[in-house]
Design a protein around this ligand. Structure first.
Ligand SMILES: Cc1cc2nc3c(=O)[nH]c(=O)nc-3n(C[C@H](O)[C@H](O)[C@H](O)COP(=O)(O)OP(=O)(O)OC[C@H]3O[C@@H](n4cnc5c(N)ncnc54)[C@H](O)[C@@H]3O)c2cc1C
Ligand code: SF4
Length: 497
């Protein structure tokens, strides 16, 4: 039997995009129903074992991959909190230069640093954003900082949404101590405390439209009558959900413009003990080359994660694992100019993405720079993610520099799908407007990574949450939360939006 609910608003998805708007609306006095396709997990469910957790809390057991000139693994979370449940907790505001570009290219003048500041500040307070301390960052960050300092490259400890973090090193597999302030621990329970109804294991199937405006949502075993529908299924599933019912098609941009911030990692062997299992895995960044679209951020993990991701096989893999405690690893993320698209094929998401020549060159340069950094930090061996140059010794960089690389020569992952229902003030160029309202449609909004119209060069969760909070305020007709004075220190990138 289908249950029937009546609400002012229905929010589909409980990740970085869905949870903040649901909580703001509920606290503002609206009746809200939240639908989440995945289950609800508690901290007790997170056993700190990557092998177990990936199959439980990642969509398709972590096997979501792009199709194109290089396969790129694109993990997504599925459950209350969405991908914030499995993310690293890094918090950046979108740099001012990117917001300026949005204004010029997409007509999004409203989304300027001054306008967004109170929303960012509100989110930062709600999720407890603070800077990682050197002690918590651990040796994996310490050696990278040593290398960066020796080379005179700018970097700093990252800002994160964690309270009482003990540096257990498994953020990406569900924080086992409740330190990481993901949506399932913050915004979702606060929405419920304010009266919102949460339905887990409930997939939304369609928006009920009458007379050009939203009248409700039909989901598995549930039907919600409402006047406002917020779609927040994430950048891969939101365009498929809208397309299935013929919504958001006017501009021809739905499902297109997919940016993913492709990423890779470089490893190095040190004489000293590193022990990547201790400390915050993503705790330090180097933005010296951000102007070139290259950002370095920590990426580390416990031995069973390392065993899955280390290169080599057989005896070489065994040797590397035996030296696990002496291995360091750092990530490199490219602010991509490549664009892909998402479509539905045989009931599944097909994600097409080709890495272009410009981004391929960025990866080559980024790997060279990280190798240089590890030599400056005193590494004995550097392991690169480049086919044919997997191991460097004695400070050498030439084999890497000489190598002509193709996209498929890199081992890549991506964590930030964006742009598939991009915001653009012009209905013929974008899917939603600056206020996240679906162009040409009454009562339907999109609030997730899909509205972000370009690569950001920094991690996106804070921006998605700030835009979602802004949507909540606008639907309530509430004034901007000016009481939320900017809290973070002005020098940090997190304070520069
Ligand atoms: C390993 C990893 C590490 C990351 N680290 C960081 C980081 O340190 N900092 C950062 O800023 N970002 C990080 N990210 C990215 C960040 O978490 C995402 O950008 C963000 O969570 C995206 O928010 P979203 O709302 O678009 O989608 P999601 O958070 O993925 O939420 C979408 C939700 O919608 C649900 N859903 C989908 N379809 C339906 C349907 N039909 N009905 C009901 N529910 C549905 C899904 O199950 C999911 O829970 C990381 C990502 C990964 C994978
Ligand atoms: S490092 Fe901190 S935030 Fe990450 S899982 Fe461990 S305790 Fe949680």
């Amino acid at each position: 039997m289908t249950e029937r609910l009546r609400a002012d608003a229905c929010v589909i998805g409980t990740g970085a995009g869905g949870a903040p708007v649901a909580k703001e609306l509920a606290e503002g006095g609206m009746s809200v129903v939240m639908l989440e396709e995945g289950p609800g997990f508690t901290t007790d469910d997170f056993d700190a074992r990557p092998r177990n957790m990936i199959s439980r809390i990642y969509r398709d057991a972590g096997q979501v991959t792009t199709v194109g000139n290089v396969p790129i693994v694109l993990p997504l979370g599925r459950g209350v909190g969405g991908t914030t449940m499995i993310n690293s907790g890094t918090c950046f505001r979108t740099p001012a230069r990117v917001l300026e570009m949005w204004s010029e290219r997409f007509g999004l003048d409203e989304l300027n640093p001054g306008e967004l500041d109170p929303y960012y500040s509100r989110v930062e307070r709600e999720i407890g954003v603070s800077q990682v301390t050197p002690e918590l960052a651990g040796n994996n960050a310490a050696v990278v900082k040593r290398g960066a300092d020796a080379l005179g490259w700018h970097g700093d400890y990252l800002f994160r949404n964690a309270r009482g973090c003990v540096g257990s090193g498994v953020c990406a597999f569900g924080c086992p101590t409740s330190a990481k302030q993901h949506m399932g621990l913050t915004y979702v329970p606060r929405a419920v405390a304010a009266g919102a109804t949460l339905r887990t294991d409930t997939k939304a199937r369609r928006i009920v439209m009458r007379g050009g405006r939203a009248r409700g949502v039909e989901a598995d075993g549930l039907s919600v009558d409402c006047d406002h529908v917020v779609v927040a299924c994430g950048s891969i599933y939101t365009p498929l959900f809208l397309r299935r019912q013929g919504l958001g098609l006017d501009s021809g941009e739905l499902g297109r413009n997919l940016a993913i911030h492709p990423a890779t990692g470089v490893r190095a062997l040190f004489a000293e003990e590193i022990d990547m299992a201790r400390g915050v895995p993503q705790s330090y960044y180097i933005d010296e080359f951000a102007g070139e679209g290259i950002m370095f951020e920590g990426a580390a993990g416990p031995p069973d994660y390392a065993a899955m991701s280390f290169p080599f096989a057989g005896e070489r893999h065994r040797e590397l694992m035996l030296r696990y405690k002496n291995i360091a690893q750092f990530g490199l993320m490219v602010s991509d100019s490549s664009r892909g698209f998402v479509r539905e094929r045989f009931g599944h998401a097909e994600i097409r993405y080709d890495l272009n020549a410009e981004d391929t060159a960025r990866f080559k340069r980024g790997v060279e720079l990280l190798a240089e950094l590890y030599w400056a930090a005193g590494a004995e061996v550097v392991y690169t993610p480049v086919e044919g140059v997997d191991e460097l010794r004695d400070g050498e960089l030439e084999p890497l520099r000489r190598r002509r690389v193709r996209p498929r020569d890199f081992t890549l992952m991506a964590f930030h799908p964006l742009g598939t229902a991009r915001a653009d003030a012009r209905p013929d160029r974008g899917v939603v407007d600056a206020g996240l309202r679906l162009h040409g449609c009454q009562g339907v909004y999109v609030a997730d990574g899909s509205v972000v119209p370009s690569s950001l060069g920094v991690n996106p969760q804070l921006t998605i949450m700030a835009l979602s909070t802004r949507l909540g305020y606008s639907l309530l007709g509430k004034d901007v939360p000016l009481e939320e004075a900017s809290r973070l220190r002005p020098g940090g990138l997190a304070g520069t939006a």
